[in-house]
Write a protein that binds this ligand. Sequence first.
Ligand SMILES: Cc1cc2nc3c(=O)[nH]c(=O)nc-3n(C[C@H](O)[C@H](O)[C@H](O)COP(=O)(O)O)c2cc1C
Length: 161
Amino acid sequence: MARVLVAYGSKRGSTAEIAEWIGAALREEGHQADVLPAHAAVDARGYDAVILGGAVYMGSWHRDARRFARRHEKTLQSSSVWMFSSGPLDRSAEEKDIPPVRKAAKWMARLGAIGHMTFGGRLAADARGFPASAMARTMAGDFRNPEQVRAWAKSIAGQLG
Ligand SMILES: Cc1cc2nc3c(=O)[nH]c(=O)nc-3n(C[C@H](O)[C@H](O)[C@H](O)COP(=O)(O)O)c2cc1C
């Protein structure tokens, strides 16, 4: 059994939910998983693996995920790290591999992350604030695929031994 930390940066909750799905899938495979917001004061030491995810806004990986990577850089460099992103408001993330945005790619390289996955995003029709509310008029929907998330988490579970 491995001890896994799933940390996420999320503004409107959909990336947080993806992180919960990942945690649940890891537990189903017999691992222990803590799922926490990346801004939480957490001791990243003592985990066998860390899965760090962030929503993508305006082409940028969520600030909380980037800050988490910076804050725990040394610890993460010596543990097994996977990353994920959530964003596309269409089916593209189910159809093809979408590479990490620049800042996520930078942290992947710096931390020696093993893998990365982009999942579809969600935007509620009644999203508040600009430009989210304007975008929601044409792009609202939930494009996350829980089965795709579970399958990815289970492939990690298998690699944890
Ligand atoms: C203002 C705004 C900008 C966005 N920019 C991007 C983007 O550049 N790339 C992308 O893939 N998704 C983008 N999205 C979609 C979000 O990443 C998607 O809604 C995601 O699920 C949000 O995650 P959260 O609910 O955890 O905050 C954007 C959404 C909004 C509202």
